[in-house]
Design a protein around this ligand. Structure first.
Ligand code: C2E
Ligand code: MG
Ligand code: MG
Ligand code: MG
Length: 287
């Protein structure tokens, strides 16, 4: 029973928490198997530049073919991987695969984004691993963008700033993912060592709410001052795209543009959008 299940035992009396704990252990065990069998691959989700009306990049997302894990969302197994100390191995694998894809795509003006767990960046050796991958595959560092969530940037324990500096010195871009869901304030935003912010889809999905629209407007204004790119996540409708473009947002990602899919599909959609200019949006670019 709970008493015999170690440190977390006090939590386990609550049936819901007990169930969550069991599920996490199951996911952890299956993750280890999947890692051993290399049962992972990437899906690519295009990012659309509404000013140039083209696909300007893609985000590499982790996927698994290991059946017991398939019923969980990547968000779930990434969180378990972080807690179980498996995320480093996973993130480095994703990074290398994404770099290979970038090399294969061989297209200038295209940026490949990779999600990196903030734990990873706490480790100063990460920048060294990154450097050796860039050298091995001969990619242009600025064509690579690391997406990190805001909690990382709010951690003031020196080491991560050293790590950020080392990454920036390489010329790799940094993006602040899921902006608005954590604790960063607009004040913080002014001073972050980043190139881009991604507005969380929770704002995009509540744009009808006047407050969300005001917040997005403020984020875009500050980003303009700081010269950060702004990507809106989770765009599912033309109405959302147009509203955000009206607020000055230039880059978009979401099911309206394309769902995460294979490398072949990415190549296809890049040329498709180039040739047909399917999405006719007027972006009100700010001065
Ligand atoms: P994220 O980095 O914010 O990635 C965006 C997530 O939003 C993706 O979910 C994507 O499929 C989903 N999304 C984007 N546009 C839309 C839309 O229009 N509608 C809907 N319904 N969903 C949309 P996914 O692939 O399930 O990934 C979830 C999270 O898992 C990611 O959030 C990221 O935090 C994490 N993750 C995924 N791959 C990796 C990885 O390789 N390493 C790490 N550390 N984390 C990863
Ligand atoms: Mg991301
Ligand atoms: Mg995100
Ligand atoms: Mg997310």
């Amino acid at each position: 029973d709970a008493i015999n299940e170690g440190e977390a035992s006090y939590k386990l009396y609550h049936p819901e928490l007990r169930k969550a704990w069991r599920q996490a252990r199951f996911v952890e065990q299956e993750l280890r198997i999947a890692l051993k069998q290399k049962a992972f691959h990437l899906a690519f989700m295009p990012i659309y530049d509404a000013a140039e009306q083209r696909i300007c990049g893609a985000e590499a997302l982790l996927r698994t073919s290991h059946l017991p894990l398939k019923s969980f969302s990547p968000e779930v197994y990434v969180r378990v991987a972080e807690q179980a100390g498996l995320i480093r191995e996973i993130d480095l694998w994703v990074l290398e695969e994404a770099i290979k894809a970038l090399q294969k795509l061989n297209q200038k003006d295209f940026v490949m984004a990779v999600n990196i767990s903030s734990r990873e960046l706490m480790d100063i050796e990460f920048a060294e691993e990154l450097r050796s991958l860039i050298t091995r595959y001969h990619i242009t560092p600025s064509q690579l963008c690391l997406e990190v969530t805001e909690t990382f940037f709010l951690d003031v324990h020196g080491i991560c700033f050293e790590s950020i500096q080392a990454i920036r010195d390489l010329g790799v871009q940094l993006s602040l993912d899921d902006f608005g869901t954590g604790h960063a304030s607009l004040q913080h935003l002014l001073n972050m060592p980043i190139d881009e912010i991604k507005i969380d889809r929770s704002f995009v999905w509540t744009l009808d709410n006047e407050k969300s629209a005001v917040i997005v407007d403020a984020i875009v204004s500050i980003a303009g001052i700081c010269q950060y790119h702004v990507v809106a996540e989770g765009i599912e409708t033309e109405a959302q795209l147009n509203k955000l473009a009206g607020l000055g947002c230039r880059y978009f990602q979401g099911y309206l543009i394309a769902k995460p899919d294979s490398f072949e599909k990415l190549v296809e959609i890049c040329s498709e959008v180039k040739n047909s200019r399917r999405l006719d949006t007027q972006v009100k670019l700010r001065a």
